[in-house]
Each structure stands twice: as structure tokens, then as C-alpha cells.
Design a protein around this ligand. Structure first.
Ligand code: GLC
Length: 451
């Protein structure tokens, strides 16, 4: 009995220790750790791997149930001869992006770095170079923070068990799937994950963010050994930010921000009734990897409005590029980034360091507000440029001065005027006079200096 109790006590002690190893921090400490990211608001996501060659979705292996043998041709031919990481960094910087998150490994299992733990890596292709190292250095040289995306899923690793997404899943034959899975050992795969993540967070300098992807019905925290993995991450890079896809949503310190994908949330996302840090990830055209024939590219106006909308709800935008198999960003990507940059060049003060505006400011129709809590300036984005004036409800007496953000040109308050018949006036509103023609910016922004 005594022995049993002792054993129990040891188990609890052990469990206690395990928990104690996930670093504790106060809400203020977390806010401070996340400050650079919260202020940055805009980052570049980058999905790049062998799937750039078939050029028809990064899930092509799963979608078309391609065998290892048939997928091998991409590996043998992979040679992105036009890869110029300095160009990527220049384009990200000019677009106004402050951080960069690249797929170290996506679900196909191919590694963009010289990993000791696999042969399935870029340095074994005809290309031979460690792309991850080069691009991380190039980004940092431009002052852009570097993060890695790491796929928890791996369709190449022999010990990763088959599941609903796996390209080798036998159709309608659960018995066959079970018997194949008996030959696979997720323990070994877990060790592989841990080794690789350790490698990535040890040999590549300061890594500001890690983006794990993803947990689902068959696989979650147990399959990834998420808690243990996260402890390793926090130990190796104590300041790192971690997304919420390790399936540790209920664990204290198990994630730093939530990640709505391909949609903008209706309002600032909450967990247990509290607003949480968030970042939506978005594509230009639907897929993440380079997709030659995809036609549904978003317009510059949509992309810029999306960035503004994220910030207006207190969130970040991680906007994805899918470089070609030759290693460059194609003309569509280049022009989309250029359009973002043209707008950001003059209007970034309404993005960087900004967040959702205080509730007391009622948003006029077809507009979005952002707010800089440090300077207390309020930014009115005219998503749909109105005719001749803009009416701000309940704003009378609150605004000292108004100007266009892109050129600091004054915008006058309208008192009694022909712009607005008496019958349309509502008490307390403030009316601003606008030029009839929209200024030469995709979305015009008015900077309001408050009383
Ligand atoms: C999804 C997809 C993946 C993409 C990711 C980005 O989970 O599996 O292809 O990398 O979202 O958020």
C-alpha cells in the first residue's frame, strides 16, 4: 500500500513537473512578448515546395492519390534556378510586410532545409542549396522577422499513419488501412517531428514565430505529443510566437494566437468571452502553393480592404505567396504585391500599431475605422468613395482636425451648407467635405485628430 501511494505520489510529482515546464507568464508579459507582431499587422506567408511543379494545388498528392513512385519525378527534377531570396525580401518589404512565414515542410513531407533527419530535402535535389537558410538571411537583412510553418502532417514519412487525407489511403477498405497502419510507428514519427523542430529552432538564428499545421479528427495533441513539442519550442526560442493548431486550445500557454483561414471573422474573435490575438491567413487565388491555372485572383481593392478590415477588428493579415518551381514570384503575385505597396507607402500609419477603434466611434456606412492607441488618431477608410461629403454620426465636438492620410491635405468640416439639406441633418453628427474625385489611392483614408 505504502509503495502504491509512493508510486502515485511520484506520478503526480512527475505530472506536476511536466506542467511546470510550460513557461508561465502574466497577461502583460504575453502582450509584451507579442508586441512586435501586434504592431506589425501585416506579414507574408509563403508556400513553396515540390507541389510548385505540378502547379495544381499544394494538396495535389492527396487530391489525386499520387503514389511515392509517381511523386518522385518532381523531387528528381526540382531546380528553382531563378530563386533570388533578396528579390523576395525586397518585394515583401515594398509591400509593407513586416514578417515572413515560410513552409519549412508542407504536408507532402519535402523539406526546404538541409535536415539531418531525412533524405527528402532540397539539398538532395539538383538545386542542392538550403533555401530556408538563404531566405531567412535575406529577410532579416531587410528587417523582416522570420517564422517557419511546419506541417505536422507528413505524407512521405513511412511511419506516419494513413488517415482520411493520406494519398495512400485505400478507398472504402478500413481493414486494409488498419493492417497498413500496423506497420507504421507514430512513436518514431513523433521523434522525427521533435528532431526536426529542434533543428529548425537551433540552426537558423532567431525564429520569431512557428506555425504548426494542423490537427483534425484522427490526429491531435496525442499524435503530435504537442505539449512536449511546445516545451521544446519555448525552451529553444523563449520569445517565439506559436499559432493555435497543436490542439492545445485548453492548455494554459498552449497557443499565442488564433488563425481564421480564408475568411475574415465577423468580429474580433473571443475565447472564453475574452478577445484574443488573431491573424487571418489568406491567399491571392484560393490555393496556397503555386497554381498555374487558377483564375480567381482577388483584386487590389479586395486585398487592401481585407487588410484594413482585419486591423479594424484587432487582427493581423498573413497574405500568402506561392512561388513558382523556378523560384520566382509570378507576374500576378508581383502586381498584387506592388498594389499593396503603392497603398501602404502613403497609408501605412492607419495599419501599423493600429487596432479596433473604441466603441464610442460609430462607423459610417461603407467605411472602416482603425485606431492608433498611442497617438490616439482615428482612421476613417472610405471603402466606397462617397459623393461630396461623409457624415460621421455622433462625432460633433470630438474631432479637432481632419486630413487625408496620403497627403496631409485638410478636410473641412461642413456647417450649414448646400451639401446637406436641413431635412437630412441629425443632431450630433459631423459632416466632412470631400473632393468629388477620389484621390489617386486605391482606398482613401481620412486621419482624424481627436480633441
Ligand atoms: C490548411 C491547408 C494548407 C495550408 C494551410 C494554411 O490547413 O492544409 O494547405 O497550408 O491551411 O493555413
Amino acid at each position: 500500500m505504502k509503495k502504491a501511494l509512493l508510486t502515485l505520489a511520484t506520478v503526480f510529482l512527475f505530472l506536476g513537473n511536466v506542467n511546470a515546464q510550460l513557461p508561465k507568464e502574466t497577461a502583460e508579459q504575453k502582450t509584451e512578448r507579442m508586441k512586435w507582431w501586434t504592431e506589425a499587422r501585416f506579414g507574408m506567408f509563403c508556400h513553396w515546395g515540390l507541389y510548385a511543379m505540378p502547379a495544381r494545388h499544394e494538396w495535389v498528392r492527396s487530391n489525386e492519390k499520387i503514389t511515392d513512385e509517381d511523386y518522385q519525378k518532381y523531387f528528381e527534377l526540382y531546380n528553382p534556378d531563378l530563386f533570388q531570396p533578396k528579390e523576395w525580401a525586397r518585394m515583401a518589404k515594398e509591400a509593407g510586410m513586416k514578417y515572413f512565414v515560410i513552409t519549412a515542410k508542407h504536408h507532402e513531407g519535402f523539406c526546404n532545409w538541409d535536415s539531418k533527419f531525412t533524405d527528402y530535402k532540397i539539398t538532395n535535389t539538383p538545386f542542392k542549396r538550403d533555401a530556408l537558410k538563404e531566405v531567412a538571411d535575406a529577410m532579416r537583412a531587410e528587417g523582416i522577422k522570420v517564422g517557419f510553418y511546419y506541417s505536422l502532417i507528413d505524407w512521405h514519412h513511412p511511419d506516419f499513419t494513413l488517415d482520411q487525407f493520406h494519398p495512400l489511403k485505400p478507398s472504402n477498405n478500413p481493414a486494409k488501412m488498419d493492417s497498413i497502419n500496423k506497420t507504421r510507428d507514430m512513436n518514431k514519427y513523433r521523434t522525427y517531428i521533435k528532431n526536426q523542430v529542434t533543428e529548425l529552432l537551433t540552426n537558423y538564428g532567431e525564429i520569431s514565430l512557428i506555425w504548426f499545421d494542423f490537427s483534425y479528427k484522427e490526429k491531435g495533441q496525442n499524435e503530435w505529443a504537442s505539449e512536449d513539442l511546445l516545451k521544446t519550442v519555448r525552451k529553444l526560442q523563449p520569445k517565439i510566437l506559436v499559432n493555435n493548431r497543436l490542439d492545445l486550445n485548453k492548455v494554459e500557454g498552449g497557443w499565442d494566437f488564433v488563425t481564421p483561414e480564408q475568411y475574415v471573422p465577423a468580429k474580433w474573435p473571443e475565447v472564453d468571452g475574452k478577445q484574443v490575438p488573431w491573424e487571418s491567413c489568406q491567399t491571392f487565388s484560393g490555393s496556397w502553393g503555386y497554381y498555374r491555372d487558377e483564375k480567381n485572383w482577388k483584386s487590389p481593392n479586395q486585398l487592401i480592404a481585407m487588410l484594413i478590415e482585419n486591423v479594424s477588428k484587432g487582427g493581423n493579415l498573413l497574405l500568402n505567396v506561392g512561388p513558382t518551381a523556378r523560384g520566382y514570384l509570378d507576374y500576378r503575385t508581383e502586381s498584387a504585391l506592388k498594389a499593396m505597396g503603392d497603398w501602404m507607402k502613403y497609408n501605412s500609419p492607419s495599419i501599423y500599431g493600429c487596432t479596433q477603434a473604441p466603441n464610442e466611434y460609430k462607423v459610417p456606412a461603407n467605411c472602416l475605422y482603425t485606431f492608433n492607441p498611442t497617438t490616439k488618431r482615428l482612421y476613417l477608410h472610405l471603402i466606397n468613395y462617397p459623393m461630396g461629403k461623409i457624415v460621421l454620426p455622433e462625432m460633433q465636438g470630438k474631432v479637432k482636425y481632419a486630413q487625408f492620410l496620403h497627403d496631409d491635405s485638410e478636410i473641412k468640416f461642413i456647417g450649414k451648407s448646400t451639401h446637406q439639406p436641413d431635412s437630412e441633418k441629425v443632431a450630433g453628427e459631423l459632416v466632412l467635405a470631400l473632393p468629388v474625385n477620389k484621390p489617386n489611392v486605391e482606398i482613401a483614408v481620412i486621419e482624424l485628430i481627436m480633441n
